[in-house]
Design a protein around this ligand. Structure first.
Ligand code: ZN
Length: 458
């Protein structure tokens, strides 16, 4: 009772006229008060916590009796909710919003012509899901325009780390040429890597058919510029090539219809702490979720963010989703994947969380909670998944000093979840408030006084 009275008086003080802030200027101070704090360290949560934000930084975080909230500070009441670091999705596609078929999607968008319309939708969806950082692994450089609009604060969206086009020996039909760089020698691979970095790639994404020498050349060129290499990998020989070449991040491993991985490979990956991003939910959990409940494909929430003609085209693509080529191997994958996913978890591999969203039916609005839930299904504890999706993600990106945990000095990327994800990870579906770089973005259905005063609705 004492606590409630204390918080109510803080709330009253907050709106007595002093100290209200403009989020646009990003210079104000505010506090999240009363919720359960998960700081990202896989440690027990702090109950009745306070997180104090000034400008774009967290300046204090801890139990209410240890953190002093200055008089007049606006208060976001988080009682009954969870405060945690913004999520880091280590594998996204900002050009995709969940359409059922890639070929038809790019035809409908007239190649890349309508990407400037689509990418902000994906970015907004990610913010609704509490994703404050996303690693885009395979977009044409059209993405730079959306990235810059997000950076200027014009539209809601996560911090973006982008690869630009992927490097491959095998051309993927059905996607525009500007998505891929097809090479035929290690020399060419090195040259194209440097070109990509010059044009704006923050990381390099490698795709299929590359030899060990290609990968070595790519890694050497990328590392000479301080850039990391993420590789699309499923099969064992390709994984050994990637390890020999010094690839920085293994993407997708553990997510497909592979027989169980050999013990020595798992041991090497774990001992060397090579980051692994499994992306297990996108077919294997999303498909059964859709057969169980097809109405998840057509909701007012989804429709609200998408122009009518694009929404109608998406609905058309979902009509007979079981027949989509994307899901042709899914029953096999479902049988294998639980073994594969569990292998990496039991080996204690160094894992971040990535979703491959928004691949078919895998909307950005849901992808992270589904991936986190799939990892819990496969043997991770909720606390470990939350750390993987926050602190570990930041470390893999080389941003561990700035992002990934809630503590004084870090950038204020914070989410408020309506429920307790340590009790049930599916609470991650209910993100109430997303704060990025100190700026408060929130969903109108969670409106409270503090949010309307200091936040930006979307
Ligand atoms: Zn992908």
């Amino acid at each position: 009772m004492f606590r409630i009275v204390q918080i109510m008086s803080l709330i009253l003080m907050a709106f007595s006229g002093v100290g209200t802030t403009s989020s646009q200027e990003n210079t104000g101070t505010y506090a999240l008060v009363g919720g359960m704090l998960i700081d990202g360290y896989e440690a027990p949560p702090v109950h009745n916590a306070v997180v104090l934000v000034e400008g774009n930084r967290i300046i204090a975080a801890g139990p209410a009796h240890e953190v002093t909230v200055p008089d007049g500070t606006p208060i976001i009441d988080t009682r009954g909710k969870t405060i945690m670091p913004g999520l880091i999705d280590m594998h996204i596609h900002l050009d995709l919003i969940g359409h059922g078929d890639y070929d038809e999607y790019y035809k409908f968008l007239r190649g890349t012509e309508r990407l400037p319309e689509v990418m902000p939708i994906a970015a907004k969806h990610m913010m609704r899901a509490g994703v404050t950082t996303g690693v885009d692994l395979g977009s044409p450089f059209d993405i730079l325009e959306t990235r810059d609009r997000i950076r200027r604060g014009e539209i809601p969206g996560p911090r973006l780390v982008i690869s630009g086009p992927w490097i491959t020996r095998i051309k993927l039909d059905g996607v525009p040429d500007s998505y891929q760089i097809v090479i035929s020698s290690p020399e060419e691979a090195a040259e194209k890597t440097l070109e990509l970095i010059e044009r704006g790639s923050d990381v390099i994404k490698t795709w299929l058919g590359l030899t060990r020498d290609d990968l070595k050349a790519i890694v050497k060129a990328a590392h000479s510029k301080g850039v990391k290499v993420h590789s699309h990998l499923y099969k064992v020989p390709a994984m050994w090539d990637a390890i020999a070449a010094g690839v920085d991040v293994m993407q997708h491993v553990g997510s497909a219809k592979m027989p169980p991985y050999p013990e020595n490979l798992l041991r090497k990956i774990t001992e060397d702490r090579i980051p692994v991003i499994q992306t297990i939910a996108h077919r294997i959990w999303v498909y059964p979720a859709t057969t169980d409940n097809p109405s998840r494909l057509d909701t007012p929430e989804l429709q609200a963010d998408i122009p009518d003609d694009i929404y109608a085209e998406m609905q058309r693509s979902f009509k007979n989703f079981r027949a989509l080529s994307y899901f042709k191997d899914t029953p096999d994958e479902i049988r294998h994947s639980k073994i594969n996913a569990r292998q990496f978890i039991e080996a204690n591999a160094y894992m971040g969380v990535g979703t491959d969203a928004a691949s078919p039916l895998n909307f950005h609005t849901e992808a992270m909670w589904r991936e986190m839930a799939a990892l819990v299904d496969s043997g991770m504890t909720p606390a470990r998944v939350i750390t993987a999706a926050t602190k570990t993600g930041a470390e893999i990106l080389g941003k561990g000093k700035e992002l990934g945990t809630i503590q004084a000095g870090k950038l204020a990327d914070i989410i408020v979840v309506d429920g307790d994800p340590l009790f049930d990870i599916n609470a991650m579906k209910y993100v109430a408030v997303t704060i990025k770089d100190g700026r408060v973005w929130f969903d109108k259905k969670y409106t409270t006084d503090a949010l309307t005063k200091i936040g930006t609705a979307f």
